[in-house]
Ligand binder design. Structure first.
Ligand SMILES: CC(C)(COP(=O)(O)OP(=O)(O)OC[C@H]1O[C@@H](n2cnc3c(N)ncnc32)[C@H](O)[C@@H]1OP(=O)(O)O)[C@@H](O)C(=O)NCCC(=O)NCCS
Length: 184
């Protein structure tokens, strides 16, 4: 387990499916993730996705973890490293709190810090990048507070809920994150 103060990261289990299905077809959530255009998904597809996360971890292609509260062992989201480039020691990261009751309460910052810490301190990666849409102000603030910097913008890159939106690129380097975490 990768443990913080209020959340831990652990492997997804098939027993998480009930909780995932309560939230995954919420199109507000899926608009933030840019995957509303896949339409509502079936439980069997999510089961396949969970099995895929195990295989990708074994093959070291991606590391996808469930986010669980320490207080009551409740699944509240997922976090993952993917598109890992072992030569350049770089990866993409994504964090998502599925359950809206848990938005804006600091769980995203803690989960992001845990997975970025795993990327830098355990996998010895050197750079982690993410994408966030221009309308997702909560996510942008969360990532800035973890230490990510905006490094670019794909203008009008995504059509979401009736409008084109910019896709903002943010990244953080290992040295920057280590300095911040020492000072916190
Ligand atoms: C994005 C996400 C991971 C952030 O996690 P979180 O736990 O909600 O965010 P946090 O509470 O850690 O940090 C958000 C910060 O933005 C602030 N905030 C909340 N709503 C905001 C808004 N509408 N505009 C600006 N800031 C906002 C919070 O107050 C907090 O700042 P603070 O620590 O100074 O109080 C989570 O909200 C989420 O998963 N949302 C749905 C899916 C999603 O957007 N995924 C990310 C795709 S890039």
């Amino acid at each position: 387990m990768i443990e913080g103060k209020r959340v831990r990261l652990r492997s997804f289990e098939l027993s998480d499916l009930d909780e995932i299905m309560k939230h995954w077809n919420n199109m507000e959530l899926r608009n933030f993730l840019g995957s509303a255009d896949r339409g509502p998904v079936a439980r069997n597809e999510e089961e396949e996705w969970i099995r895929g996360t195990w295989k990708q971890r074994q093959e070291r292609k991606a590391f996808t973890f469930a986010i669980e509260t320490m207080a009551d062992n409740k699944l509240i989201g997922g976090a993952g490293l993917f598109n890992i480039d072992w030569t350049s020691r770089s990866a993409m990261v994504g964090v998502s709190i599925y359950n809206p009751e848990y938005w804006g309460k600091g769980y995203g910052q803690e989960s992001m810090n845990l997975i970025v810490g795993f990327a830098f301190r355990t996998l010895n990666l050197d750079r982690v990048e993410l994408d966030v849409f221009d309308f997702n102000k909560r996510a942008q603030k969360c990532y800035l507070k973890v230490g990510f910097k905006e490094v670019g913008r794909r203008r009008k890159a995504r059509f979401i809920d009736g409008k084109y939106h910019d896709d903002i690129i943010m990244d953080i380097l290992k040295d920057e994150w280590l300095t911040r975490s020492k000072n916190q």
